[in-house]
Design a protein around this ligand. Structure first.
Ligand code: UN1
Length: 508
């Protein structure tokens, strides 16, 4: 069963600090990683201390001086080989993701597939870091812009996508010529150790300078060191809005750059013109997939009054089919929450919803007995609620779905937008007018707006992120790479005169 751990070089005790291929003697606290699947200890990681951090940063700084002068396509070639290595390790790494985080095996493999996909994307990108050329207003002058590497990029990742979101940032940053320092979630440190080993193998073959791939395992303090560290021009952080506000404030105070991908409170509007079967499938996967622990999880369903009852009874029937249990067993649809603290938050959200007047049409609860020994398995729940309830306005990282009713499309869009978060949104409709209204400037205010698919499961090719309390950052596809580079405008005079812009005369 645990074969995958040894093939990923995971030991009982692992060092939580590395500069690339070299592991440091970590001086911090021991972090034990227990699987939410069966409650067993998988392995421990010794966190980094400040001295380890300083060593990683120093190595990163010297590595940058070399790495930035490698031609981008040569850096892309290294990333291509990382994609190959990930293909070879897809099975064990996918299993580790599933076992340490608790998502289904299919989703564990899917997460590694997202890593492979972003590698492919980054390889192509390494030949397309394009800037514009402009026409100068002065004779004998040429203007153009270039994108140069930024330097050190700090990456703070969350437990729910323990490897994919790191790779979205890192693979782009590497082809851009940056060096990366990763602070993984302390809830999933072993996934990070495994990735570090995989990268080290590829880097060794390519003589990549030591320091390009830094790893610093630790708690909140590591995030604080990074956010306040002027040697790090960009920190990309994925996680809670609370964490993002702290990171953003620290970066803002020193005018560093923050790329934030924070909480979502994603809704699907189900119109009277929806294909109801597609709508139900999209809603159920969106709400219970990854046990409701994606930032794109569907948390609210905004349903037209004329189809409300039909949707409600189909949802209840669909939830009856859900099998909860060991996510490594492919028969099961829903695995555990990450830990018992998450279970507590789930239970208090259910209580809060009831207090505000919500009524549960599918009851929640914690599962007990054989197979559920970890205490982290909960039943996906559905409540009829009102949009303005405090709990409905809040992102609870658990499978609780709020059912809301609307009568006009304007009202549905207002409900959809009427939350502090702005990550993902969908409309289920076969009505072109409604779909276009939803996608228009007066429609969804989210970073992601879909038609006839759910809120989760975005492809890597698009820019990923959202507005308002989601933090405004964009990662992954499209032109998200620009966040990892500094833009430089160049004006070159090849004439024999020195004309000034704006026609200014200055004769001496
Ligand atoms: C996240 O939950 O932080 O769109 C990322 C999705 C996945 C990524 C989610 N591709 O659901």
């Amino acid at each position: 069963m645990m074969d995958f751990l040894s093939s990923l070089k995971i030991q009982a005790e692992n060092a939580g600090a590395a500069t690339g291929q070299q592991w440091l003697k970590a001086g911090g606290e021991m972090i034990s990683s227990y699987s939410p699947v069966d409650g067993k200890l998988i392995g421990s990681v010794k966190a980094a201390d400040k001295q380890n951090y300083e060593e990683v940063i120093a190595k990163a700084q010297s590595a940058f001086l070399e790495w930035r002068s490698w031609p981008a396509p040569r850096r892309g070639e290294v990333v291509r080989q990382i994609g190959e290595a990930l293909r070879a390790y897809k099975e064990p790494l996918g299993k580790l993701v599933s076992y340490e985080m608790g998502k289904s095996l299919q989703e564990g493999y899917g997460e590694v597939q997202e890593m492979i996909d972003i590698c492919d994307f980054a390889v192509g990108l390494s030949r397309q870091l394009h800037g514009f050329t402009m026409h100068s207003e002065r004779p004998g002058h040429r203007m153009y812009e270039q994108y140069h590497p930024l330097g050190l990029v700090g990456i703070i990742s969350a437990f729910n996508f323990p490897v994919a979101v790191w790779s979205w940032n890192t693979m782009l940053a590497w082809v851009c010529g940056d060096v990366c320092i990763w602070k993984p979630s302390e809830k999933t440190p072993l996934c990070a150790i495994a990735c570090q080993h995989i990268i080290a193998e590829v880097f060794a073959k390519n003589n990549v300078p030591e320091g390009v791939c830094g790893l610093v395992v630790g708690g909140r303090e590591v995030g604080e060191w990074m956010s306040n560290d002027t040697r790090i021009p960009l920190v990309s952080a994925t996680g809670s809005t609370r964490m993002g506000k702290a990171v953003g404030a620290a970066l803002g105070a020193r005018l560093g750059r923050a790329l934030l991908e924070l909480g979502g409170n994603n809704a699907i509007i189900i119109s009277r013109d929806a294909d109801i079967d597609i709508a139900i499938r999209g809603a159920v996967f969106g709400a219970v997939g990854t046990a409701g622990q994606r930032c794109t999880t569907t948390r609210r369903l905004i349903v037209h009054e004329s189809v409300y009852d039909a949707v409600k009874s189909k949802l209840v029937a669909a939830y009856k089919q859900l099998v909860i249990g060991d996510p490594l067993n492919e028969k099961n649809h829903v695995g555990p929450l990450i830990d018992k603290d998450a279970v507590k938050m789930y239970l208090s959200a259910i209580e809060a919803c009831k207090k505000e007047g919500g009524s549960f049409i599918v009851e929640g609860g914690v599962l007990e007995g054989a197979g559920f020994e970890s205490g982290c398995y909960v039943k996906p729940a559905i409540a009829e609620a009102q949009p303005q309830y405090a709990i409905v306005q809040h992102e609870t990282f658990a499978p609780i779905l709020y059912l809301l009713k609307y009568s006009t499309m304007e009202e549905a869009i207002a409900i959809q937008n009427g939350v502090p978060q702005g990550l993902s949104s969908s409309i289920m409709t076969l009505n072109l007018r409604e779909a276009e209204q939803f996608l228009s400037a007066a429609g969804s205010d989210c970073g992601i707006a879909n038609v006839n698919i759910g809120t989760s499961g975005a492809e890597i090719g698009g820019a990923f992120g959202g507005e308002k309390e989601t933090g405004g950052g964009r990662e992954s596809g499209s032109d998200a790479w620009k966040a990892y580079m500094r833009r430089q405008t160049n004006t070159i005079n090849y004439s024999t005169q020195l004309p000034l812009a704006q026609g200014i005369k200055f004769d001496i």
